[in-house]
Design a protein around this ligand. Structure first.
Ligand SMILES: Cc1ncc(COP(=O)(O)O)c(C=O)c1O
Length: 441
């Protein structure tokens, strides 16, 4: 396919999670980014209502991060991480540990959320095996959970389009908790919904069915984002923690979108006051300037695995780019900005105004729910008869055309701006969405 003069040829790139044919017929290009704004390929300013993909928490093109990456690329572009290291890898691990709940201070680096999830699942299996409980191989996820796209992640994940094509090759010993989304009970909740803590007790049913001695870990997003913003009911996470601890099952919080300030605290664990055994992260850890991810591991879990081997490699797992020098440079610079600028506190301070602005959409055409926590809001639209997702897709396109980036999953719009947003920009996001919804049948 020949491209028009000045335009790239669109034919070679197979785009991820994208309707390729529709996109290529009407491309949405981004050319530049700074602070709260993208600039589109045709030169329009687009207010970033989603921090990219829930990841640019400190805003775009932060000079300190750009400079740190450039300095690092010039002095040490790459260092193998197997049996070798570079000092910044250790500094970055210490810095990440400083943001984690007490006790989760052993850090394994990856390059993405999907890799962090698969790494955490492997750590869970290795931990039980190291302690002589190698029969604990079962992993428990949750319906509607999103844990990336590795085979481990889609196996414990609960989004059926992500699973069905690969159903013959999913991990064998997996079960799922029910999701917690219930509009009859919880529509228009501000913050955590009141109904649904009892759904965590379904874990007891799975323990009775499979026996605790076969279960390695439970993995959940403390607040599920990609599936359409599902806020945990009050008391739900506490119950999961209590049941897992009682049965010797590890609890993994997938904090790929919640870590680094999204809820107004360093982690969702800190925000909810519930400490798991492992935390997976990516996205905000480097402000998305270089692909990076990590798993924070409770010290005893790490020690059980590393201490179980006399000499030689203790854990047969790792990536060519684990603790890549450019990633560690970006991580150190991003974490420094978060701390120096108090961005998590800023998110917490802004969240009441954000909540009020989001809920101002109650009564807008076709809105059947608004829910929110920290700097996250979900706006659920009534699906069109016979065309689920079409109404939200149209809203997304119209918002983009009118200079606002939102995300959609099914018929749910998700808003998760950079934490540097101000109150005027918060107002602008929800006013524009309100206007767009008035234009959509
Ligand atoms: C909770 C959660 N886990 C895992 C992932 C996968 O991350 P990545 O796309 O970096 O592999 C995501 C991505 O949105 C996520 O939200």
């Amino acid at each position: 396919m020949n491209a028009p003069a000045g335009q790239p040829d669109l034919s070679h790139l197979w785009m991820p999670f994208t309707a390729n044919k529709q996109f290529k017929a009407k491309p949405r290009m981004l050319a530049h980014a700074e602070g709260m704004y993208y600039t589109s390929g045709d030169g329009r300013r687009i207010l970033d209502g989603t921090a990219g993909l829930w990841c640019v928490n400190a805003g775009h093109a932060r000079a300190e991060i750009v400079q740190a990456i450039a300095r690092q690329a010039a002095s040490l572009d790459y260092a193998p991480g197997f049996q070798l290291a570079h000092p910044q890898a250790f500094e970055a691990a210490s810095a990440v540990a400083g943001f984690m709940p007490p006790g989760l201070d052993r850090i394994f680096f990856t390059n993405s959320g999907s890799e962090s999830v698969d790494t955490a699942l492997k750590i869970a299996l290795a931990y039980h095996r190291a302690r002589g409980e190698g029969q604990r191989t079962r992993l428990i996820g949750r319906e509607r959970g999103y844990h990336g796209v590795g085979f481990g992640g889609i196996s414990v994940g609960g989004i059926s389009p992500n699973r069905k094509t690969f159903s013959g090759a999913l991990l064998p010993a997996v079960d799922h908790l029910p999701h917690t989304h219930n509009l009859q009970q919880n529509a228009w909740s501000k913050g955590q919904p009141a109904w649904g803590a009892h759904l965590a007790e379904e874990l007891e049913r799975l323990v009775t069915l499979h026996d605790a001695s076969t279960i390695a870990a439970v993995i959940v997003e403390p607040m599920a984002g990609s599936t359409g913003v599902l806020i945990p009911p009050k008391g739900y996470l506490e119950k999961l923690r209590e049941i897992t601890a009682r049965h010797g099952i590890l609890l993994i919080f997938d904090e790929v979108i919640t870590a680094y300030g999204r809820l107004g605290a360093a982690t969702a664990s800190e925000f909810f006051g519930v400490t798991p055994d492992l935390i997976t992260m990516a996205k905000g850890v480097s402000n998305a300037a270089v692909p990076a991810g990590a798993v924070a591991v409770r010290r005893e879990v790490h020690d059980a695995i590393v201490g179980s081997v006399e000499g030689g490699i203790e854990f047969f797992h790792g990536y060519t780019y684990s603790a890549h020098p450019l990633a560690t440079a970006a991580i150190l610079a991003a974490l420094d900005i978060y701390r120096r600028e108090g961005l998590f506190e800023r998110a917490r301070t802004l969240s009441p105004a954000f909540e009020a602005a989001a809920h101002s959409l109650k009564g807008a055409p076709n809105v059947i729910d608004v829910r929110n926590l920290g700097l996250v809001a979900g706006i659920e639209l009534a699906p069109r008869h016979g065309a689920p997702g079409a109404r939200a897709a149209e809203a997304f396109q119209k918002c983009f055309d009118q200079g606002l980036l939102v995300r959609y999953t099914g018929d749910i719009l998700a808003i998760s701006p950079p934490l540097i947003i101000d109150e005027a920009q918060i107002g602008e996001i929800f006013e524009r969405i309100g206007k767009v919804l008035k234009d959509i049948a």
